[in-house]
Design a protein around this ligand. Structure first.
Ligand code: NI
Length: 161
C-alpha cells in the first residue's frame, strides 16, 4: 500500500479520456489499494485513477458502508434529479452547484475482472456520475452552474457536524 499524489485540475491528466483496463493483475490490485488509502487519507468520497496520474478507467467510491471498486464502469441507468454542492479532491477548497441524477446504476468489473452492478441514491449517485466523468476527462467545474459563495460554504461546513 502507498499514498499517491493527488493532481489538481491544472494538470493535463485530468482532461484526458482514460483507456479501459485489460489486465487484471497485481499492478491493478496495487493501484486500487493505493487509491483506497489515498481516498481515506484525503477524507474524500470518491477518487478516479486520472487524479493520481493513471489514465485508466478505475474508480474507488466510499459508499458509507465500505469501499466500492469500479473497473471499466459504465453508467447503465439514471433517474431523477438533484441540485447540490459538489467538491473534488483535484479542486481543493472549492465547491460548485451541480445538477445530477438522484439515482444511478452502474455496471463495472471488480479487481479480478468479474462484472457486477451497483446502484446508488443521493450522494452515492452524485459520486458515481462525478467519478465516471473523470474517466472521460471531465471535471465538475465544466458542468456546474457556479461556485458556491463563501457564505454558502460556511453554512455547508456548519451543517457537517
Ligand atoms: Ni473529482
Amino acid at each position: 500500500m502507498g499514498l499517491r499524489k493527488i493532481l489538481t485540475d491544472k494538470e493535463p491528466a485530468l482532461h484526458k479520456v482514460c483507456r479501459p483496463v485489460d489486465q487484471f493483475n497485481r499492478r491493478l490490485a496495487k493501484l486500487l489499494d493505493d487509491m483506497t488509502e489515498t481516498l481515506a487519507e484525503a477524507e474524500g468520497v470518491g477518487l478516479a485513477a486520472p487524479q493520481v496520474g493513471i489514465l485508466r478507467r478505475v474508480v474507488v467510491v466510499d459508499t458509507g458502508e465500505g469501499i466500492l471498486e469500479l473497473v471499466n464502469p459504465i453508467l447503465l441507468e439514471v433517474s431523477g434529479e438533484q441540485v447540490g454542492a459538489e467538491g473534488c479532491l483535484s479542486v481543493p477548497g472549492k465547491y460548485g452547484l451541480v445538477k445530477r441524477p438522484m439515482h444511478a446504476k452502474v455496471r463495472a468489473q471488480d479487481r479480478s475482472g468479474e462484472w457486477f452492478e451497483a446502484e446508488g441514491e443521493g450522494l452515492v449517485a452524485r459520486c458515481f456520475c462525478h467519478e465516471l466523468d473523470h474517466l472521460d476527462g471531465i471535471v465538475y467545474t465544466q458542468r456546474m452552474e457556479r461556485f458556491l459563495t463563501e457564505e454558502e460554504m460556511n453554512a455547508l461546513a456548519e451543517g457537517d457536524d
